[in-house]
Design a protein around this ligand. Sequence first.
Ligand code: FAD
Length: 320
Amino acid sequence: MSKKVLVLGETREGALRNVTFEAIAAAKKISGGGEVVGVLIGDSVADFGAELVNYGADRVITVEHPHLKSYTSDGYGQAFMAVIDQENPEGIVFGHTAVGKDLSPKIASKLQSGLISDVTNIEGEGDDAVFVRPIYSGKAFEKVKSKEGLTFITVRPNNITPLAKEERSGDISSLSVDITNLRTIIKDVVRKSAEGVDLSEAKVIVAGGRGVKSTEGFEPLQELANLLGGAVGASRGACDADYCDYSLQIGQTGKVVTPDLYIAAGISGAIQHLAGMSNSKVIVAINKDPEANIFKVADYGIVGDLFEVIPMLTEEFKKV
Ligand code: FAD
């Protein structure tokens, strides 16, 4: 049976997040030839509609309201529920992002539906779709099927290949929703000066651990990350030692990442760190200790001093 599937579009700093395009590709599979409807929520989001269509949404619904400028679960919840009431979908796809992780259980509980979270792959389509998701902190994968009724999933960033962007046509309409009784209204957002690439969507991550030894020790990692168009991450050891901000922490209690290339420098490879990065496509570990646990998950291991190896890598990449 073909299905109508809603996809929540997410923006960050004035642009659609990549995970939105990945969610559209996932929704196409779930729809089994049905209709994929992009949903944009915010105070001024209509301009993003055409891009959703170009990435494969058959149509787009926007819900705009001054109270939706910043995400709140109340505000977005009301807006998304209004779209559900109008569209009566058979499927919903969110990114497995801070917003998706917060909003999806709220919507699922309102709809009394199941929720398959953190999906990394989809096998088959339509009613035959099987969802692959990591369990036990990434040590195993399970395959899950949705029961009859609504199929509701969140997709982990960087795992599902988006459709190629091309000129497509699709209707973009707006839905007027009265956003009321908000328990939280965000007056202002003061950002830490986060530079460059978003860690959770980065294709290349250069991560440092306690072996980096200081804040200044992260500079060569940042240089290499910049050169490769990537982002810098860290172990909790490095964050606890105050070498860097906790927003960079990768692992069980930090961010879960799946870049194409993960370079771990001066990280021992504790199980809690591996939980956040072991599904990266290619892992390069640099460590002085040949017995370090990180080498067990690495595709390429370099036994050596990171302060010699990282500058050498940077110089070599500059030649490419
Ligand atoms: P260390 O274990 O001290 O390792 C440093 C490594 O650097 C060593 O292997 C050493 O050989 C190497 N080294 C030193 N100098 C150099 C050099 N010059 N060149 C090359 N190598 C060098 N950790 C996380 O990372 N993420 C989490 O989300 C997380 N969550 C946790 C949750 C709980 C409940 C608990 C209990 C722990 C959690 N931890 C987490 C902490 C985790 O157990 C480890 O303590 C931490 O990952 C260690 O960080 P590290 O590898 O940087 O430091």
